[in-house]
Design a protein around this ligand. Structure first.
Ligand SMILES: [Zn+2]
Length: 126
């Protein structure tokens, strides 16, 4: 399963975010120091379901660069974030990507969200 294709690295500040993120809506990103060949050294993977530009601005000052990709839907952003998270195992992501409340989305790479249902479905006998 391929990981999402991301942009080249961009400096992380309000001006560059406004200049580069010209579409509203969902997307995924990676934060970290500027790397070789137009990438970044992966420190943190994130997404926005509604506004990638606003989400990235919340990280200004915490990292020097980012790469990003737009997503066609919140579900697509979630799945892309999961793939990047499992592929890179970023040092600053303290937990698996979360999904919004009231959806039954599954991670494309692990069964984290299946576990609860499995236990609830087990018959208990005494
Ligand atoms: Zn997973």
């Amino acid at each position: 399963m391929a990981i999402p294709t991301l942009s080249g690295s961009v400096e992380l500040n309000d001006e560059t975010i406004d200049a580069v993120i010209t579409e509203g809506g969902a997307g995924v990103y990676i934060l970290g120091p500027n790397g070789v060949n137009g990438g970044v050294y992966v420190r943190f993977v994130g997404r926005s379901d509604v506004n990638l530009r606003a989400r990235l601005k919340q990280h200004v000052g915490m990292h020097s660069h980012f790469v990003y990709s737009y997503a066609d839907s919140p579900l697509a952003a979630f799945q892309a974030e999961c793939k990047l998270y499992h592929h890179y195992d970023p040092s600053e992501n303290v937990a698996h990507p979360v999904r919004p409340r009231n959806v039954d989305w599954k991670c494309p790479r692990c069964n984290l969200f299946d576990v609860q249902h499995r236990f609830l479905g087990e018959p208990v006998s005494f």
